[in-house]
Design a protein around this ligand. Structure first.
Ligand code: ATP
Length: 353
């Protein structure tokens, strides 16, 4: 078993607590994405798991074995970091073989394992090239082969796609997921990109200021954010402050009373509303529960969608998003035009502030 258990791990530097009492269990074969803004403690957490940074407090167990005090080379983990750090003077094959040579495997075994690892990342034909003769995406794949060749119990990846263009990122993301699932390897993947985390992970762990803010399946975090911070990080652009009455009613700071999902909670909250859920000038009865009049203040054409910044007479600003005509959406609305904004009560989620 290669489940990873973090027991109340803490990392303190002089005056800074980089990781503040993080407990997390990553199941065997699971891919967990550590997500969060810059400085929230993702890399420090990953490096403590890898043994590159000693923990200040807490324990790290893999398959029930306490590795907390072991150096990186005794943890049987594969690493892929931002800068792939391939040895420039070694060929692709030699780069991948390096970890096996350090483990003093017989030559024939090394050759066989390197071939399998390179074939897995579709680079078998480039084994004799030097890193500088490869594209960024190919170098990234060599780094992945090098991490996998040692047959690690755990794979640790820190922003492994950050140096690639959008198309390559997508391809590599699918490849990593594919290989990870084929091998059933427990993987921890650090990223600050919510889209990347949602699309690759079994579970997303969103960190904030050294702590876990929310952990759950991708759709959990996306559709059921547990806090204002999570909603904002997951791309909810409309977070309306107000007071929940506890009976499906929500009074905005600006005075309007809205229908929201029935909630036991009451008190100061924010209504999180995705811009895609706002309907402009809709006539459907079901939408009448929540209607505001506003004016289009600003229009942003984004290719597949158009974003509208809308301002109500009470000064409330909302963003609405509609498909653009390029994908069969309605004709764009001009700035300055009055609009009616509506949404169904279940379109929003109340989050604590
Ligand atoms: P990024 O996405 O920018 O890499 P991160 O979430 O990975 O950010 P960390 O690199 O883990 O964040 O850093 C967490 C916090 O710890 C930050 O406030 C950082 O400044 C601090 N920190 C990291 N390393 C050290 C160090 N060696 N000495 C002091 N403080 C540090």
């Amino acid at each position: 078993m290669s489940d990873v258990v973090l027991q109340s791990i803490v990392k303190r530097y002089d005056g800074t607590t980089a990781v503040d009492n993080v407990s997390l269990t990553i199941a065997e074969g699971e891919l967990v994405a550590l997500l969060g803004p810059s400085g929230c403690g993702k890399t420090t957490t990953l490096r403590m798991i890898g043994g590159f940074i000693p923990v200040t407090e807490g324990r790290i167990l893999v398959g029930g074995r306490d590795l907390t005090q072991l150096p990186p080379n005794k943890r049987n983990m594969g690493f892929g970091f931002q800068n792939y750090a391939l040895f420039p003077h070694m060929s692709v094959g030699e780069n991948v073989a390096f970890g096996l040579q350090m483990r003093k495997l017989p030559k024939a075994d090394i050759a066989a394992k390197v071939k399998i690892a390179l074939d897995r990342v579709k680079l078998g034909h480039l084994a004799d090239r030097l890193p500088k003769q490869l594209s960024g995406g190919q170098q990234q794949r060599v780094a992945l082969a090098r991490a996998l060749v040692i047959e690690p119990d755990v794979l640790l990846l820190d922003e492994p796609l950050s140096n690639l263009d959008a198309q390559l990122r997508n391809e590599m993301k699918l490849e990593i997921r594919n290989i990870q699932q084929q091998l059933g390897i427990t993987t921890i993947f650090v990223t600050h990109d919510q889209d990347e985390a949602l699309s690759i992970a079994d579970r997303v762990v969103l960190m904030r200021a050294g702590r876990i803010e929310q952990a759950g399946a991708p759709d959990d975090l996306f559709e059921r954010p547990g806090s204002h911070f999570v909603a904002e990080f997951m791309g909810v652009t409309n977070l309306l402050a107000g007071e929940a009455a506890g009976s499906g009613r929500f009074r905005l700071k600006s005075g309007e009373v809205l229908s929201v999902p029935m909630e036991a909670r009451s008190g100061r909250m924010a209504l999180a509303l995705r811009p895609e859920r706002l309907v402009l000038d809709g006539t459907d009865e079901a939408l009448l529960a929540n209607t505001l009049t506003a004016e289009v203040a600003f229009v942003t054409y984004r290719g597949l969608v158009i974003d509208y910044r809308l301002v109500t007479p009470s000064g409330l600003t909302l963003i609405a998003r509609r498909p653009s005509p390029a994908v069969g959406g309605p004709a764009p609305l001009a700035a300055g035009r009055p609009v009616r904004i509506s949404w169904q009560p279940d379109a929003g989620v109340l989050v604590p502030v």
